[in-house]
Design a protein around this ligand. Structure first.
Ligand code: PA5
Length: 444
């Protein structure tokens, strides 16, 4: 079978010593034995291979129901309850769908991932002339951004279709027992899917959190899961270091961090993968950035960002390394044409594919950055499709767990995300925050 993820660290400037190889393999083992930190949240490790046909069928059935009922399906969620679906959707969708005369199935839109009144007003306005349905996703069931968006969209659905009609157009994805969303869903009789207790938000893309919105968008979720299963096998507990790309990636990035490379830039020469960067930033930022430690995850989209961030990467502070997700073969073929006058001087490219130009840009940049002191890691996938994207998701998840353990942190908690919430609730005068409210106002 073709190798789905190829990791090339030959331009990273580091060789992984035996001791680090052993530590990375041990960290991988800990994820399987559940003896490491955060072991209540390891449900994602065997998730791909344990998804049953019945579970996938239930998701597909619900997706078909929503597709039948609505011209637009709004997915409400934030962080891990949003980024995975968005990343896969952007990677696998037609970027010019808006211009196609006929679209297949509903438009999939997102809400609850910000508190912007402008965004909310524009969304409500766009939905005025369209039938719509809602998938509301929140593990805790209490997150402010999605809760506000849901209140608004639920009210609009109830205004249009009445309570019963609205309930038929709402699917809630949340905890099996706790949280305001669960209570609401039970009371109103919404269809529900459960986010397993042992799968944290940023590791939840292969649960209904990601799979239902993607199935609604017409994406082949079975192929996505198959790709993840392949990587689950490739990175299994007993895989030797040299054959385990997740362990190798985790080891190399930790060695670079120890050498002072505190920022990792994830980039790709395919704009379709831009949101994968966003998903990856959350995964690694929330998993590793704690206790005063952690590689700062940044991202670029190339070649566009060579014309903005390229200068800094080449010559700014030498605290960077980069990881490029490279796609071996594009699905389409476009060649540069020949021009009789050649006024733009591009005839030397006539007859050559755009992808060849892109590849030479990638190789040229790689060498320039390495020469400039930016170590380079390269992750190659054969093409962009549901299977390879599923594999990438699991690869990054597994590497993140290993990397967090190598760094010595618990990669499955996020205590730092609570701090701002206390301030925000105090400023908004939420009941129960009276004392904090008084104190914070004095500081403004
Ligand atoms: O990874 C995480 O745990 C977070 O990013 C959460 O997904 C995010 O805060 C949303 O939480 P919830 O799903 O509880 O609304």
């Amino acid at each position: 079978m073709e190798q789905i993820i190829r990791l090339d660290v030959s331009k990273s400037g580091v060789a992984v010593p035996a001791e680090m190889q052993e530590r990375a393999c041990r960290a991988n083992t800990l994820l399987h034995t559940g003896e490491g930190a955060g072991n209540d949240f390891l449900g994602w490790v065997h998730l791909p291979s344990s998804i049953t046909d019945a579970e996938l069928a239930a998701i597909e059935e619900q997706a078909a129901r929503l597709r039948d009922r609505a011209e637009a399906v709004v997915c409400i969620g934030i962080g891990g309850s949003y980024l995975g679906a968005r990343a896969v959707l952007e990677a696998l969708s037609d970027p010019f769908a808006a211009l196609r005369p006929r679209r297949e199935g509903p438009a999939v839109l997102f809400a609850g991932q910000n508190l912007s009144e402008e965004y909310t007003a524009a969304l409500l306005d766009a939905l005025k002339e369209r039938s719509f349905a809602v998938i509301v996703i929140s593990k805790s069931g209490t997150t402010t951004e999605p809760a506000i968006a849901f209140r608004l969209l639920r009210a609009e659905l109830e205004r249009r279709y009445g309570k019963q009609g609205a309930a038929e157009r709402i699917v809630a994805i949340t905890d099996r027992a706790r949280g305001a969303l669960k209570t609401l869903a039970t009371q109103e009789g919404y269809a529900t899917f459960v986010i397993p207790d042992d799968v944290g938000g940023r590791y939840s893309v292969l649960t209904p959190v990601g799979l239902l919105p993607l199935a609604v968008a017409g994406i082949d979720i079975r192929a996505l899961v198959r790709g993840a299963v392949e990587l689950e096998r490739v990175t299994a507990e007993d895989t030797p270091f040299d054959e385990n790309p997740a362990a190798r990636y985790a080891a190399v990035r930790n060695l670079l961090y120890a050498e002072g490379k505190k920022i990792e830039i994830l980039g790709s020469y395919e704009p379709a993968l831009q949101y994968l960067n966003e998903w990856w930033k959350q995964l690694y930022g929330e998993s590793e950035g704690k206790e005063g430690r952690g590689i700062f995850p940044a991202s670029v989209t190339l070649t566009a960002d060579l014309h903005s961030m390229g200068q800094y990467i080449q010559q700014g502070e030498r605290i960077l390394f980069e990881t490029i997700v490279s796609v071996a073969e594009p699905a389409h073929r476009v060649e540069v044409g020949s021009d009789a006058e050649n006024l733009d001087g591009l005839n030397f490219l006539a007859g050559r594919r755009i992808s060849e130009v892109n590849r030479m840009a990638e190789l040229g940049v790689q060498l320039a950055h390495v020469d400039g002191g930016v170590p380079n890691l390269r992750i190659e996938i054969p093409r962009i499709d549901a299977r390879t994207v599923g594999a990438l998701l699991y690869f990054f998840e597994k590497a993140c767990g290993i990397s967090g353990y190598l760094l010595g942190v618990n990669p499955f908690d996020q205590p730092g995300v609570e701090a701002y919430k206390k301030n925000m609730f105090a400023l908004l005068g939420k009941p129960g925050y009276e004392k904090e409210s008084e104190e914070i106002r004095k500081r403004l």
